[in-house]
Design a protein around this ligand. Sequence first.
Ligand code: MEV
Length: 340
Amino acid sequence: MTMTDNGSNMTGCATAPAKVILFGEHSVVHGTPAIAVALNLRSRAQVKIKKSDVSHLIVKSPAMGLEVSFSSDRLRTLGQASGSNGNATPLDPIALGFYHVLNLIEMNGFDATLIIDSEIPIGAGLGSSASVATSSVGAFLAAFNGEVDSLQVREIAFRSEELTHGKPSGIDNTVIALGGLVYFIKGQKPERKELSTEIPLVIANTRIPRSTATLVSNVASLFKRKQKAVQNLFDSISDIVEQGLHALLKNDLEDLGELMNINHGILHALGVSHPLLDRYVWVARESGALGAKLTGAGGGGCMIALAENVHHASEIKQELIKAGADAFTSVLTNQGVETC
Ligand code: MEV
């Protein structure tokens, strides 16, 4: 345990990145592969914990103007609810993380105050909820154990993601906990690769809010109604992911861009694009992007465009800003959850 303040308090601090899905969002929920990379916009969580009669947690998010107090009864109720049942405040998933960390260390009776902060746009497809859940679990584990095990964090953060999104595939909390590039199939051991060259991406946020849970359930219901047609689309995405991995390993940007364009078309067919996402995709392509697609759940949120190089990325960014987007060039990172 990390003891400070004359031995009675434990403190922990952790940060975690954002994420971008390059290929395979939505179909990944139904068992096909996907590829995601960690993006160097970070969330940060700091916790102070002291021994007490019963467990109690206060979560403060100054940026969201929120402060929520979780009694030991509330923590237990959250822990016993399944899926997204009982998600009364946006900070419930963080409290659920605390509950599971206490279960993991097999101890109880701790009074904790956690402060969270984040540079990641909320609800934009860049994994802000998974990142905050990951850095919070990292901070709790750092306080109790003095270090964080990224695989342990990944597992607990998945419980928080289930509370936030209902039936997530687990790709967001995986790439955010591990960093780098992740080839992911639901229920299988993820393959993580170190990013050795920068992928010159531009990210444009439509600022249109949407719910990942609703979009995931819309695709599931389309799949139910049009099974064969949607299965064919999922199979095509599977093929794009395999070819995309190959192109990434060869650093073949032209091939990557072409695959991104096809993936966007399929996501459109699945009903998860938005007129403004399509517009920004076309602005990027007309500015010479090698490829462009929505990223994450879609329905608003962000699109990504691939440029030939960093200089070109900044030109595409300017065109997207002129078109009204909140656009920036990406910096990817190999650093997943880390103590601070
Ligand atoms: C959300 O970032 C990605 C989705 O595929 C949902 C999921 O994988 O859980 C839309």
